[in-house]
Design a protein around this ligand. Structure first.
Ligand code: CP
Ligand code: NVA
Length: 304
């Protein structure tokens, strides 16, 4: 494993290694045991979109491992925002830093950064996928359920970056996965193709009630992702009914977990009462961003 660009690049062994290291680093963090996997190392944290969790968890995580993360605003501060080619940016940063995390729009920019920088690149969200988030989601599911065996995870909402990574990550981890998305908002074609390698494990449907039946984990995400703000009203109409609420949850298995990558829009993709009833799970999920990403940095940059 040289980079973390998308979930489908990972083998099952690599995925479980990341999750095992994440659990280990979480336990060590709680016990006050310190690590120095990034001693003297630096990671560039490039953001072309807003972030609360990704930025802070990478900055804190790099520091906790003995390294330094430097935040770079790609839109207003870097020359990429003024048109400097990604391959030139990559070749410069590759000479200063030991790793790069990037949040941007195009997946191809992340791939180009990996191709040209010569150092490990971590995808901190693109329009196509959000692998760091899904590693944290999987860590949360496993720590609460003990294993992935026999679990059904159902994603309800936009077939976006989260849906794409959840489908691949859920199947790779060994769960059954159902995606419920309205017309015109389907998961990426290559993700649906990937799912064909898991016959009987992946289902796509358009009725949230049908998808929620027998689910052990319900997951959703915003109806309008970053960069799609102009479509907000159109999307509010298209996603009517694609909401995790008490009625939908009653169709799932007893004790069904609810996950949300955050930020959440109460009253849209999830009701306030369901959100608050599952806040412990959702904020464990947010916490695990720190541990899962420390694992990724320790493996890619610290020889773990
Ligand atoms: N879930 C997530 O990636 O959060 P941020 O956008 O705050 O980083
Ligand atoms: N789908 C959302 C995820 C935010 C973490 C977005 O891209 O804005």
């Amino acid at each position: 494993m040289k980079h973390l660009l998308k979930m489908s690049d990972l083998t099952r062994e690599e995925l479980f290694h990341i999750l095992d290291v994440a659990d280990e680093l979480k336990a060590d963090n709680k016990a006050g045991r310190k690590h120095h996997y990034l001693e003297g190392k630096t990671i560039a944290l490039i953001f072309a979109k807003a972030s609360t969790r990704t930025r802070t968890s990478f900055e804190v995580g790099a520091y906790q491992l003995g390294g330094l993360g430097t935040y770079l605003n790609a839109t207003t501060e870097m020359q990429i925002g003024r048109g400097e080619p990604i391959q030139d940016t990559a070749r410069v940063l590759g000479r200063y830093y030991d790793g790069i995390m990037i949040r941007t729009f195009k997946q191809s920019d992340v791939e180009a950064l990996a191709q040209w920088s010569g150092i490990p690149v971590i995808n901190g969200l693109t329009d196509y996928c959000h692998p760091c988030q899904v590693l944290a989601d999987l860590q949360t599911i496993r720590e609460r359920r003990g294993s992935f065996e026999g679990l059904k995870m159902c994603f309800i909402g936009d077939g976006n970056n989260m849906a794409n990574s959840l489908i691949v990550g859920g199947l790779l981890a060994g769960m059954s996965v159902t995606a419920v998305c309205p017309n015109n908002y389907l998961p990426a074609a290559d993700v649906l193709e990937y799912a064909k390698a898991y016959p009987g494990k992946f289902t796509f449907c358009q009725d949230p009630k049908e998808g929620a039946k027998g689910a052990d984990i319900l997951v959703t995400d915003v109806w309008t992702s970053m960069g799609q703000e102009e479509e907000t009203q159109l999307r509010k109409k298209a996603f009517q009914g694609y909401q995790i609420n008490g009625e939908l949850l009653s169709l799932a298995n007893p004790g069904c977990m609810v996950l949300h990558c955050l930020p959440a829009h109460r009253g849209e993709e999830i009701t306030a009462d369901v959100f608050e009833a599952h806040a412990d799970e959702i904020f464990d999920e947010a916490e695990n961003r720190l541990h899962a990403q420390k694992a990724v940095m320790a493996i890619l940059m610290g020889g773990k």
